[in-house]
Ligand binder design. Structure first.
Ligand SMILES: Cc1cc2nc3c(=O)[nH]c(=O)nc-3n(C[C@H](O)[C@H](O)[C@H](O)COP(=O)(O)O)c2cc1C
Ligand SMILES: Cc1ncc(COP(=O)(O)O)c(CN)c1O
Length: 198
């Protein structure tokens, strides 16, 4: 079915993500996340989408690193997926909420034990003298939390959920005549859609 005729964005997004899983060499859930700093200067970096439901789009990070501080400062963010193998783009923007402690802990506990210790070891986005310092810090948390089944989630490591005020789907067309459709909440629990010029 022609995606520009769709009336609900999450099923469409899920289908496009499934398509990407079949054709992207790795990280079909990779997505650029844009934030602004206190001066309004934009910033962007990749993350992995780790949660998706009808509330929004979830990623996990260190809340004391640059992106964590920028999201907490504005409580707004935007995302851009680009699946080159499918010639598709999806853009999401809106206010942000912090996921519940239960949700964050459940996701944290699903990570590899070394990634869980790494979350303790990394002062994300802050200066690091040399790689040895990082390895020593991982070793420190290996000794502090030797049991793979008992590594607590750091209080500064959690997830953000973008609650979309817009979700835009883009599919490449011949000679730059692409198809674009943007979904916005209609205020009654449904979605309004609008086709846009490419
Ligand atoms: C494909 C890819 C996925 C990434 N996923 C995450 C992620 O989910 N969470 C995260 O904190 N950093 C992730 N990173 C690292 C970030 O891009 C970034 O380097 C780091 O979070 C620090 O960003 P900041 O200084 O803006 O906070 C990923 C990097 C790449 C290339
Ligand atoms: C620093 C960092 N945190 C979190 C993630 C998300 O992935 P995972 O939770 O699977 O480690 C990544 C993925 N590259 C990452 O680099």
């Amino acid at each position: 079915m022609d995606f520009t005729k769709r009336t609900e964005p999450y099923a469409l997004f899920s289908e496009w993500l499934e398509d990407a899983k079949e054709s992207e060499p790795n990280d079909p859930n990779a997505v650029a996340v844009a934030t602004v700093d206190a001066d309004g200067l934009p910033n962007v970096r990749m993350v992995l989408l780790k949660g998706l439901d009808e509330r929004g789009f979830v990623f996990y990070t260190n809340f004391e690193g640059t992106k964590g501080k920028e999201v907490l400062g504005a409580m707004k963010a935007a995302m851009c997926f680009h699946w080159k193998s499918r010639r598709r783009q999806v853009r999401v923007r809106g206010p942000v909420e912090i996921v519940s402690d239960e949700e964050a802990t459940a996701y944290f506990n699903s990570r590899h034990p070394q990634s869980r210790r790494g979350a303790w070891a990394s002062d994300q986005s802050r200066p690091l003298a040399d790689r040895e310092t990082l390895i020593e810090r991982v070793q420190h948390f290996q000794e502090k939390y030797p049991d793979d089944d008992n590594i607590p989630r750091p209080p500064h490591w959690s997830g953000f959920r973008i609650l979309p005020s817009e979700i835009e789907f883009w599919q490449d067309g011949d000679h730059r005549l692409h198809d674009r459709v943007v979904f916005t909440p209609d205020g009654q629990g449904g979605w309004a859609t609008q086709r846009l010029y490419p």
